[in-house]
Design a protein around this ligand. Structure first.
Ligand SMILES: C[S@@+](CC[C@H](N)C(=O)[O-])C[C@H]1O[C@@H](n2cnc3c(N)ncnc32)[C@H](O)[C@@H]1O
Length: 219
């Protein structure tokens, strides 16, 4: 089955995320800015970077390498154009980040907001863990279930409704267990209110250092 993200025009995506009933672009933008300010990473990868929401907060003198990954090549083209005058060292990768063959040279920070809902959790967390240096940080924003509103809020941009069949909310507990199994320890969690009674969970996970090799001598 073709991934429905490939058929959602960028204008619809941004219009939906910016619409008064959703208003999530600003929330994610502020979260990314806060995460950059507290970690000051030398390198960062953004999974599902779309049009580059928040990339204006990158300080190129601190963050020397920025990798944006998205499955939709048209979104990446828009991002490239929007930031063509930026000083940042930007690599754009068109890929499914949850594919078992996906890898990027490891970075200090992976930021992944509202993307784990579209991929198999265990497989995706495994590839993320591989993409982090020891002590590197993953910040994952997950949509929490809401009694008041469906996972895809209805807006005038009906193309977004094609996501419903592939959108599966991931519980923070399930996600945190998958992270622990891949060497990523939960170090901080936030609950961030959204419109329409929705909420986001933002989990901050640190990658442990590799266990020292055990040498067993048999006498
Ligand atoms: C809801 S948006 C993410 C919001 C964005 N992170 C932000 O902070 O504004 C989801 C993005 O993830 C991308 N995406 C969905 N599945 C993906 C996958 N398997 N691999 C890479 N990108 C994916 C979509 O094309 C879309 O741009």
């Amino acid at each position: 089955m073709k991934n429905p993200w490939l058929d959602i025009p960028f204008g619809d995506y941004e219009g939906h995320m910016n619409s008064p009933a959703v208003a999530q672009l600003q929330v994610l933008n502020e979260l990314f800015a806060a995460v950059l300010a507290s970690h000051r990473p030398k390198s960062v990868a953004i999974l599902g970077c779309a049009g580059g929401n928040g990339l204006e907060h990158i300080d190129a003198s601190v963050t020397e390498r920025v990798v944006g990954i998205d499955i939709n090549p048209a979104y990446l083209q828009i991002l490239r154009k929007r930031f063509s005058h930026s000083q940042m060292n930007l690599e754009l990768v068109e890929a499914d980040f949850a594919s078992p063959t996906f890898s990027v040279p490891p970075v200090e920070l992976v930021f992944a907001a509202l993307v784990f809902e579209y991929v198999p959790t265990d497989q995706a967390v495994r590839t993320v863990s591989r993409s982090l240096v020891p002590d590197g940080i993953l910040v994952a924003a997950l949509q929490l279930p809401s009694a008041a509103s469906p996972p895809v809020t209805k807006t005038e941009f009906s193309s977004l409704e094609t996501l419903a069949p592939i959108l599966e909310l991931v519980s923070p507990d399930t996600f945190t267990r998958a992270c622990a199994a891949n060497g990523l320890e939960l170090v901080k969690e936030q609950t961030i209110p959204l419109k329409q009674g929705k909420k986001l969970f933002a989990g901050h996970y640190r990658k442990g250092r590799a266990m020292p090799m055990l040498t067993i001598s048999v006498e």
